[in-house]
Design a binder for this molecule. Structure first.
Ligand code: KG4
Ligand code: ZN
Length: 343
């Protein structure tokens, strides 16, 4: 059994966790910054980076104290090294380097997307490789075949907005607070998902990718028309996103013989999306796995867990490992027009 300290600061959540290789979360904490960014309707990189500098050291101290452990008892330090807002990424990475150096521990520079991609295996001990992963977060919307640690093949990505970005933009148009995903999901509960006719970009197309920009423009027109109740717009928007995700994932399932379908990333916290993907898995005879909602949105348990998987594979990093704003999971995948750059 090994014990990994995980550190995360690539967007607007400062997070620290202590996780064991046998899937126990000994302590963890996530501190968000929603109130600091709400006035701007999105994350302001400079504000986020400064807040991580203030919050992260105290969180490390508290998480170690909660677990009644010292840094000397940790086997390795895992820190997110990208992709994300570079000022924020540097905070956890440098904190991790400092701890590793001072305590004489190995450092594991974790790709934030790998944290999301492997998070289902922390919650689901029976989930083996390979699996087809729908990774939906604030900065990404991808279908990946996860074949093993560090072995990812991208089958599809977005040609414009990420799924979470679409939720955040639609929420802003509806005058809802950031982050938009949870706000839309809540408002959608009282709305009619067929109340507003909205497009489903690329649905039915043989091209494997995602697109959400046209959906956002349609929401903009619906809001501007004053003809629809906000709850109906929210419910119809959410249904359109569900339909796009299901259709694109169904297409990818035709080209992958992975026995399991998995969904992860912040948008996977959405109940309608979880339900629709579970149904698709059942229809296509695949095992379905999704982490609990708290493990879908940004956290450090997934970073520590990815660190534990990498550590078990003997895969650590030197202290001069760089921070990366862009860091695709599948480095061989072709760039497509407009793909998101955030984590
Ligand atoms: O993975 P995550 O926490 O951060 C990134 O790595 O981007 O994802 C954040 C995104 C935001 O766009 C947020 O609006 C969305 O996930 N999100 C949701 C829900 N909870 C968070 N989207 C839809 N429904 C939700 N319940
Ligand atoms: Zn994330």
């Amino acid at each position: 059994m090994t014990l990994i300290l995980g550190l995360e600061s690539s967007c607007d959540d400062s997070a620290v966790a202590l996780v064991t290789s046998d899937r126990r979360i000994l302590a963890q904490s996530v501190v968000g910054q929603n109130s600091a960014h709400q006035a701007y309707g999105g994350v302001v990189p400079e504000i986020a980076a400064r807040a991580h500098v203030e919050i992260l050291p105290g969180l490390i101290e508290r998480v170690l104290a909660d677990a009644k452990l010292s840094i000397a008892e940790v086997d390795a330090v895992a820190a997110t090294a990208g992709p994300g807002l570079i000022g924020g990424v540097m905070v956890a990475l440098l904190a991790g380097k400092g701890l590793a150096l001072a305590a004489g521990k190995p450092l594991i520079a974790v790709n934030h997307l790998e944290g999301h991609a492997l998070s289902p295996r922390l919650a689901d001990p029976d989930l083996g490789f390979p699996y087809l992963l729908l990774l939906v977060s604030g900065g990404h919307c991808q279908l990946l075949e996860v074949r093993g640690i560090g072995d990812y093949r991208r089958l599809a990505t977005t040609i414009d907005d990420a799924a979470g970005e679409a939720f955040d933009k639609a929420a802003k148009l509806l005058g809802l607070a950031y982050p938009g995903g949870p706000a839309i999901e809540q408002l959608a509960r009282t709305g009619n998902p067929e109340g507003v006719r909205l497009p489903r970009p690329l649905v039915g197309s043989g091209e494997p990718h995602f697109s959400f920009a046209g959906l956002k423009s349609a929401v903009q027109r619906a809001v501007a028309s004053d003809d629809f109740a906000p709850a109906d717009i929210a419910a119809s928007f959410q249904q359109a996103v569900v339909d796009c995700l299901v259709d694109r994932t169904r297409l990818a399932l035709r080209t992958s013989d992975a026995p399991a379908l998995v969904v992860a990333g912040g948008v996977a916290a959405n109940q309608a999306i979880r339900g629709a993907l579970a149904e698709l898995a059942e229809q296509s005879g695949r095992r379905f796995s999704v982490p609990p909602a708290w493990l879908c949105t940004d956290n450090a348990a997934m970073i520590a867990w990815a660190g534990a998987e990498r550590f078990a594979a003997g895969d650590c990093d030197p202290l001069d490992v760089p921070a990366r704003a862009r860091w695709p999971l599948d480095e061989r995948a072709e760039k497509v027009r407009g793909a998101g750059v955030k984590a």
